[in-house]
Ligand binder design. Structure first.
Ligand code: NDP
Ligand code: MG
Length: 398
């Protein structure tokens, strides 16, 4: 029987890579629902090719979409609207697999809805897990959801962990012979820039990643190393491991996608060409394997593997994220919200690249932390942190 797939964020980089895999395996998967936010023409093209039953767009895009559907004879496709629509498709009874590929906090409620509906959830939207950590993981257990990591590092770690690791106790200690997780980082486009050079980098330069082609927000996060900070928090939650057991390793070639070390001295690594289609295909088909177009690694071509420690003086975002994880409670949600505001401000050229971590740090200092007891509290912290970060951006600019 073919699996019915819902892609949250289909017009994005991960959404497109997901379609590529589904297209290669039409007998295994069908596209049931897709969602978009601003790229309506791209969405219409996707609808022409994949014929989903339902699409979701924000209220201000409905008229444009209806017009396009009329023109293209796609009126049979149901249109749902806004956050309620995103949640409805994520938990829809006819959906087996949800690809959570909306960027940022906007993906939290739909991703959580998919988890609570007991779906197989392919998690790309790391911000959702960073914000809601324990609640999301507990919901996955309570509702029997399969929360599978798509982020390449976490997918690599997942592949290197022993079978059954997820059924084990979630107490922050590594178990089943695991001693440490090595989370690899490419270091981004400015790995060798001085602090002075970093002050003047442009959004276009920040979005040009050396190894990966990704959406704008995660590209900037990769350049500040906040992406690695978010991933550190993501790893702690996914693998129920305290942050002191996760070491970040800069590996500029992005051939090793992360590693797991064991008490007997073994280090297992997952390697491959840097293409998100591999982790997406892995999470989709797990525990089976399916074909992708990604060529196998040619070790005679890619023979250089370098490793170094991250420099948290030039890239303080990583340190801030680690501290937020240590503080716990709402701190990761506050960090994430402030970072989203700061990255948007940098992309709009309202602040300098080096001000991104400053905005995050100042926001963390100004918003009170408390236990992340409910989604409402988390969303409230998100709102408060956004408005304070926005104010800091405005003050910095004046
Ligand atoms: P993109 O910016 O390319 O795509 C984001 C998607 O989310 C688009 O479909 C966009 O719609 C939609 N979207 C944006 N804002 C909203 C909103 N407010 N409400 C609903 N939908 C919205 O991002 P990526 O595909 O690069 O990344 C998606 C997620 O996956 C991120 O969390 C990222 O960190 C994670 N990830 C990405 C990787 C990559 O290689 N790209 C690797 C690992 C993780 P539209 O385009 O129509 O505006
Ligand atoms: Mg990653």
């Amino acid at each position: 029987m073919s699996q019915s797939v819902c892609i949250l964020g289909v017009t994005g980089s991960i959404g497109q890579s997901t379609l590529k895999i589904l297209q290669q395996h039409p007998e295994k998967y069908s596209v049931f629902a897709v969602t978009a936010h601003s790229r309506i023409l791209e969405l219409v093209e996707i609808c022409k090719q994949y014929r989903p039953k339902i699409v979701v767009v924000p209220a201000n895009k409905v008229a444009e979409l209806q017009q396009q559907f009329q023109k293209q004879d796609l009126n049979h496709i149901e249109i749902l609207i806004g956050e309620a629509g995103l949640i409805a498709v994520a938990e829809h009874p006819d959906v087996d697999v949800v690809m959570a590929a909306i960027v940022g906090a906007a993906g939290l409620l739909p991703t959580l809805a998919a988890v609570k509906a007991g779906k197989r959830v392919l998690l790309a939207n790391k911000e959702a897990l960073v914000m809601s950590g324990d609640l999301m993981m507990q919901a996955a257990l309570d509702y029997n959801a399969q929360l599978l990591p798509v982020d390449s590092e976490h997918n690599a770690i997942f592949q290197c962990l022993p079978d059954g690791y997820f059924q084990a106790e979630r107490n922050g200690q590594p178990k089943q012979g695991v001693s440490r997780i090595l989370l690899t980082a490419s270091g981004g486009p400015f790995l060798n820039h001085s602090l002075e050079q970093l002050q003047n980098v442009t959004p276009a330069q920040a979005c040009k990643h050396p190894n990966w082609s990704m959406g704008q927000k995660i590209s900037v996060d990769s350049a500040t190393l906040m992406n690695k900070g978010l991933e550190l928090i993501e790893a702690c939650h996914l693998f129920a491991i305290s942050e002191q057991f996760v070491t970040v390793v800069v590996h500029p070639q992005s051939i090793i996608h992360s590693m797991v070390q064991y008490v007997d001295g073994s280090t297992l690594a997952q390697m491959g060409n840097p293409d998100m289609c591999t982790p997406i295909a892995h999470a989709l088909a797990w525990p089976e394997r399916i074909q992708t177009h990604v060529p196998a690694l040619d070790l005679f071509m890619n023979h250089q593997l370098d490793f170094q420690e991250p420099d948290t003086t030039r890239f303080p975002a990583l340190k801030l994220a680690r501290q937020a994880m240590q503080s716990g409670g709402l701190a990761p949600a506050i960090l994430n919200a402030a970072n989203e505001v700061a990255v948007a401000a940098f992309l709009n050229q309202a602040i300098a690249f080096t001000e991104i971590p400053q905005v995050v740090e100042q926001t963390l200092n100004q918003v009170e932390n408390s236990a992340a007891e409910s989604i409402e509290l988390i969303l409230q912290a998100d709102r408060v942190a956004r408005s304070i970060a926005q104010q800091i951006v405005i003050n910095n600019g004046s």
